[in-house]
Design a protein around this ligand. Structure first.
Ligand code: ACO
Length: 478
């Protein structure tokens, strides 16, 4: 039996505080490394001789399309590494701003670079013109991911060089790609003035060059996208709730501002930290479908806003980023931990996949789920409904892992617990996938910029298995 001191200690570590979250992540790291210790060490390489030989499965499984120094996923070890840094360490110690800088620039920023970058992102979250343009569309009734793609494209409001019809006379300089259309900032005596944006609060200041890339068009666009997609996503959430869009607060960081702009409530330090961790966790993940989609579009030398729009489109599907919404629906359908066993047996008998489980790459426990699982335990402790949802998730996980863990290497993936975490922070279910996108923009941008340095248009082949000798018969004779 536990004595009183043990119980008090256990209670203390389970209290949701910023410090306890760090300990919890470092504990999860220890557990992860201990569990996969016996897996063989990966063979790493720093040089590649092209062309490479690899075995390719359907859906390009196993295909090697490029080299990258951005991120590494090891499915059997359960490792996720950004630019050499372990995801557990980044979640324990870093912020989304710092992690985005790391992904984009390949190194951690100095203190002054970090301050400058954080300020720059906050300023770029201020997108009143885009918000106004968005409000002229029915975004409150659109699928949030479609609205996110629309808003992302609307952020780039001036014609760019690539938009030009080569025969058209263009009378102005065409290079600007940010939130640039000057608009009325105060109601000017119109009959029904609705919105007033406090444009004086933020003044756009571009950072001085910190290294060769800063200041280049691509990097400026990446900064605009990382910051702006968050504001676009928040605008969608607010509009769906029948509220006016909000501006970022000068005193909040990226995660805090994003949460504030979605929920309308100033987040607590704990909520801000958990959102920060969620954003870090989702920022990059190898050549997944949405990253690949962005890179394919960028490889045609299309525009980076359109490339990120392609990433958003790919992420919206239920087999990718849309799975977290499906998980929460599924847990609601199961209803109670005691139903998990029967539900699991019925579902597998019907040969249906269980949302939030399985992964193309991870054949061990997804490190992101290792972090989000304990965080959801902590966050749901004081809410009876969410506590039951969490307990149902734990019961389902036990069923799935005991049945499919050893045989098929099926474990929870990142989407299994993320919805519970978002729900505990007041984010509506239909916005979960947009949270994923807000974070992944950093990875998409980093990978697109890296790929463009040695660009080659993507062009895989399909094996033709059709016929050759069909004779055309006119419609009226068929
Ligand atoms: N539930 C039950 N069985 C599963 C699951 C699952 N979630 N995932 C895979 N399996 C089984 C398959 O039935 C298959 O079994 P079989 O060999 O007996 O036919 C085997 O595991 C391999 O499955 P594949 O579908 O071939 O694996 P693939 O790598 O193609 O798919 C995917 C990966 C799409 C993620 C899949 O596991 C799945 O659909 N999961 C549910 C959706 C989900 O959670 N998606 C989020 C992924 S994480 C992300 O995108 C951020």
């Amino acid at each position: 039996m536990k004595n009183k001191t043990d119980k008090a200690e256990e209670q203390k570590t389970r209290e949701p505080t910023v410090e306890n979250i760090r300990d919890l992540i470092l504990d999860a790291k220890k557990k992860a490394y201990a569990e996969t210790d016996s897996e063989p060490e990966p063979e790493l390489t720093s040089t590649v001789e092209w062309p490479v030989t690899c075995t390719v499965g359907p859906g390009l499984e196993g295909a090697i399309a490029c080299e990258s120094k951005i991120g590494y996923v090891n499915g059997s070890k359960g490792w996720l590494i950004y630019r050499g840094y372990d995801i557990f360490d980044l979640c324990a110690y870093s912020t989304f701003e710092e992690t985005s800088y790391l992904l984009l620039h390949g190194r951690l920023p100095s203190q002054s670079e970090l301050t400058e970058f954080t300020t720059s992102l906050r300023e770029r979250m201020f997108i009143p013109q885009t918000q106004r343009l968005m409000l002229s569309f029915p975004i409150e009734t659109m699928n949030p991911m479609s609205a996110l793609r629309l808003g992302t494209n609307l952020m780039r409001q001036k014609q760019t060089y690539r938009d030009r019809d080569s025969d058209t006379e263009v009378g102005e300089i065409l290079a600007t790609d940010d939130d640039t259309i000057p608009m009325e900032t105060r109601p000017a005596g119109k009959k029904n003035p609705v919105f007033e944006f406090l444009t004086g609060l933020f003044k756009r200041v571009h950072p001085a060059s910190a290294d060769a890339l800063v200041g280049s068009d691509e990097i400026e666009s990446c900064y605009n996208l990382i910051a702006g997609v968050a504001s676009v996503a928040a605008t969608i959430g607010r509009t769906r709730a029948g509220r006016i869009p909000l501006e970022p607060l000068p005193e909040c960081g990226f995660a805090g501002n994003y949460l504030y702009m979605v929920t309308g409530k100033r987040p607590t330090a704990l909520e801000e930290r958990i959102m920060d961790i969620s954003l870090i966790l989702h920022a990059d993940h190898g050549m997944n479908a949405s990253t690949f989609a962005s890179m394919v579009v960028a490889s045609t030398l299309s525009d980076i806003y359109l490339a990120i729009g392609a990433g958003i489109s790919a992420l919206s599907g239920p087999l990718h980023g849309g799975a977290n919404v499906e998980v929460v629906k599924m847990l609601a359908e199961i209803g109670d931990p005691s139903n998990a066993g029967n539900w699991f047996r019925d579902t597998t008998a019907a040969k249906k996949k269980i949302m939030g489980f399985g992964h193309r790459v991870y054949k061990a426990y997804d490190p992101r789920a290792r972090i989000l699982g304990p965080i959801s335990a902590l966050l749901t402790e004081n809410d009876a409904t969410l506590k039951k949802t969490y307990a149902t998730a734990v019961a389902l996980e036990a069923e799935v892992v005991s049945e499919l863990g050893a045989t098929k290497k099926i474990f929870p993936n990142v989407d299994f617990y993320s919805g519970i975490v978002y729900s505990a922070m007041g984010i509506p279910r239909e916005l979960y996938t947009t949270v994923f996108a807000v974070s992944r923009v950093a990875g998409w941008c980093a990978r697109v910029v890296e790929y463009l340095e040695n660009n080659r248009i993507f062009r895989p082949r399909a094996l033709y298995t059709g016929t050759f000798d069909e004779k055309y018969i006119p419609p009226n004779e068929r």
